[in-house]
Design a protein around this ligand. Structure first.
Ligand code: PGA
Length: 243
């Protein structure tokens, strides 16, 4: 199944009020034929949503609960209220840095959907797992255990060793992984599993975006560092629109 591509920017812990100008520049130049979302720090969501009405803003994480004594956390409906319509869950920087297991990731995705957010569930292997030849079996199991009863909008395959390193798997390895993940999605959801968009993430740049978007079952990208400026992000968005 051919999908309209989705390019999601993940700003991580970057950006202040000064960055709104960059977001305005990106939003103004998105071509037709591609979906784009910028997943911003919680502090910027409302400001960005006001600055670029009609442009899709996302969050990077949500709490499992809707409210309560959870100092420092943000609930999904609060992010929705601030202007987010998407969220990432299960990014490796949350899984590793905050000890989030697959069951927590699934619970976060359920909480996000309940609040009306579209969800991008992230999965990916370490370098050791890749070198041991166990990437596909490991990431497939991670996906199975992170899935929600209702299909998410997207799943992002992000090899941990490719994030922020400039390293990217071979096009063959990306294609093999995405084919395996597509199988898991169809096994879980039937026909609806064919409509979940499979994003690749990890050192996507203007120079490699077009070849990555040409791989079967790659329906877009999750972009970290290269999403921070219009100069880097827009060529990636344009490559997706042209693919
Ligand atoms: P990167 O990050 O594009 O900077 O490698 C991707 C991500 O962590 O989502």
């Amino acid at each position: 199944m051919e999908h309209r591509k989705l390019v999601a920017g993940n700003w991580k812990m970057h950006g202040t009020a000064q960055s709104i100008a960059e977001i305005v520049q990106i939003a103004a130049a998105v071509p037709r034929g591609v979906d784009v979302v910028l997943c911003l720090p919680a502090t910027l969501i409302e400001r960005a949503a006001r600055a670029v009405p009609g442009f899709t803003i996302g969050a990077q994480d949500v709490h499992i609960e809707a409210a309560g004594a959870f100092t420092g956390d943000v609930a999904a409906h609060q992010l929705h209220d601030a202007g987010a319509s998407f969220t990432i869950v299960g990014h490796s920087e949350r899984r590793d840095g905050h000890g989030e297991a697959d069951a927590v990731v699934a619970a976060k995705a359920i909480a996000a959907m309940a609040a009306g957010l579209e969800v991008i569930i992230c999965v990916g292997e370490t370098r050791d797992v890749r070198e041991a030849g166990r990437a596909v079996v490991t990431v497939s199991a991670q996906l199975d255990a992170s899935l929600t009863p209702i299909p998410p909008t997207a799943v992002a395959y992000e090899p941990i060793w490719a994030i922020g390193t400039g390293l990217v798997p071979s096009l063959q390895d990306i294609g093999d992984m995405h084919a395996a993940l597509r199988e898991r999605l169809v096994a879980a959801y039937g026909e609806a599993g064919a409509r979940v968009r499979l994003l690749y993430g990890g050192s996507v740049k203007p120079g490699n975006a077009a070849e990555i978007f040409a791989i079967p079952n790659v329906d877009g990208a999750l972009v970290g560092g290269a999403s921070l400026t219009a100069a880097d992000f827009l060529p990636i968005v344009e490559a997706a629109a042209a693919a």
